[in-house]
Design a protein around this ligand. Sequence first.
Ligand code: SF4
Ligand code: SF4
Length: 152
Amino acid sequence: MNDCDENADALPWYKDGLRFKCTGCGKCCTGCPGYVWVTLDEIVSIAELLGISPDECKRRYLRQRDSRYALVEMRLRNYDCVFLKDKRCMIYEARPRQCRTFPWWKENLHTPASWEIASRSCEGINDKAPLVPYSTIQKALQDGPEESKKSS
Ligand code: SF4
Ligand code: SF4
């Protein structure tokens, strides 16, 4: 085996890319309790987009857990994210990193089986979707959260 072959073996199982295109169905923004964590920088960006102060943004849309902030969920509406309206994200341009990098999370990319499980709740993962190159996936993975929405 030459060096190139060894490097090829070191690449993850999805080295040839994965098929995904978001349909905007909004399912990943609802359906089970959890946490979408938001950094202080992201709070500023969301507040700017909404034309309100960061403090007002915190008061209206965020909940505090120790020193961190997470988006409010609507318990009486199937745990919808507070920014989900008519199946659309109202802060799409300023959505948190945790949302921007879905479905390229460690837990989804761990094995082919993890990816298959992710496809059951995300219709954008399917054989007809465009192929997303490995380099794009790796970049999103590096930018992505250490923990998922379900983490406490
Ligand atoms: S569940 Fe998948 S297809 Fe639907 S909005 Fe979320 S990322 Fe897009
Ligand atoms: S911020 Fe937008 S993308 Fe993120 S969970 Fe809420 S509605 Fe979905």
